[in-house]
Write a protein that binds this ligand. Structure first.
Ligand code: UTP
Length: 302
């Protein structure tokens, strides 16, 4: 089973930086966002490689994960070599597919169709970091319990943020607990661990029209049928080929589940405020940086 990692978007919310550096290569703490994502995919159950979707202005990503003896010859310290080698070893697990233009997430995912062998596949948005690698394991467990059905990660958002996300409709049927999947008697339960059977999805609904407060997060485990549906997907919102539109079409043919994550399990880095917040959260959770950051923040708020 492959992991598809779309990283071919324009990253316009980070302009002008993204004219020179892909947003997926911006650092969170000590390494690029994309490196966390590739490490997560490499640790996912049953995953035997990742396909990174790039564009022709993102070739620097391919270079970053390739061994570069000339660069190494300039490095003096052993730990500097080790830092580079970690990325280079990950590179051995990657294949690359180039998207000709940013035609939308659905189009980017479909660019990897020839690499997925008609098997289920993971999708990991390249600007979302999941430091503890928990979510793909959880999606896999839920999918296994439902004959390999598609499972998408969702998280509960505050009412005033609902209109910014894709929101699911459905009912909570089960809860994934330490002792496995157990039935739920609360159809509206939306806390971490809840497993919902999805009826439909709505892109950016008004708060009063939203069928739940569960928003689509950037991690998916999808059935091969989704890849087939993407091949005939018409452009949708923004004139782009939307992954969500093919997910909605698949609901007429096969069941799909949503797994409610804890919002602290992962961080979207795709906007400047979210990128800063991800750095702060992760620095405070990292003993190398926590004390210094607390001091700096204490100065700011003094
Ligand atoms: P985003 O919509 O967050 O990224 O897509 P973007 O389009 O680069 O960002 P803005 O809106 O211009 O700031 C989520 C992920 O999907 C990839 C992006 O690279 C990002 O990692 N993507 C998106 C593609 O690979 N191709 C696309 O056509 C669109």
């Amino acid at each position: 089973m492959k992991a598809i990692i779309p990283a071919a978007g324009l990253g316009t919310r980070f302009l002008p930086t993204t004219k020179g550096v892909p947003k997926e290569m911006l650092p969170v703490l000590d390494k690029p966002v994309l490196q966390y994502v590739i490490e997560e995919a490499a640790a996912a159950p049953a995953c035997d490689g990742s396909v990174v979707i790039l564009s022709d202005i993102k070739e620097s990503i391919e270079s970053y994960f390739q061994p570069d003896p000339a660069y190494h010859s300039r490095l003096k310290k052993e730990q500097h070599h080790e830092a580079c080698e970690t990325a280079e070893k990950l590179g051995a697990l990657l294949t690359y597919v180039y998207q000709d233009a940013p035609r939308g997430l659905g189009h980017a995912v479909h660019c990897a169709a020839s690499k997925t062998d008609n098997e289920p596949f993971y999708v990991l948005l390249a600007d979302v970091v999941v430091p503890n690698h928990t979510i793909l394991q959880e999606l896999y467990e839920v999918s296994q319990a439902h004959n390999g059905a598609s499972v998408i990660a969702v998280f509960a958002v505050p009412d005033d943020q609902i209109s910014r996300f894709g929101i699911i409709a459905g009912t909570c049927e089960e809860i994934l607990s330490d002792s496995g999947i157990v039935p739920s008697d609360d159809a509206a339960y939306d806390k971490p661990g809840a497993v919902w059977k999805i009826d439909s999805m709505i892109e950016k609904p008004k708060r009063e029209l939203a069928p739940s407060r569960l928003a689509i997060f950037g991690r998916y485990l999808l059935s091969p049928r989704i890849m087939e549906l993407l091949s005939t997907q018409e452009p949708g919102a923004g004139g782009e080929i939307q992954l969500t539109d093919s997910l909605v079409r698949s609901l007429e043919e096969e069941p799909m589940y949503a797994y409610v994550i804890d919002p602290n399990e992962g961080y979207d880095t795709g906007t400047i405020p979210n990128y800063i917040a991800a750095n702060v959260h992760m620095a405070l959770a990292d003993e190398r940086y926590a004390a210094l950051l607390r001091e700096a923040l204490a100065d700011v708020f003094a």
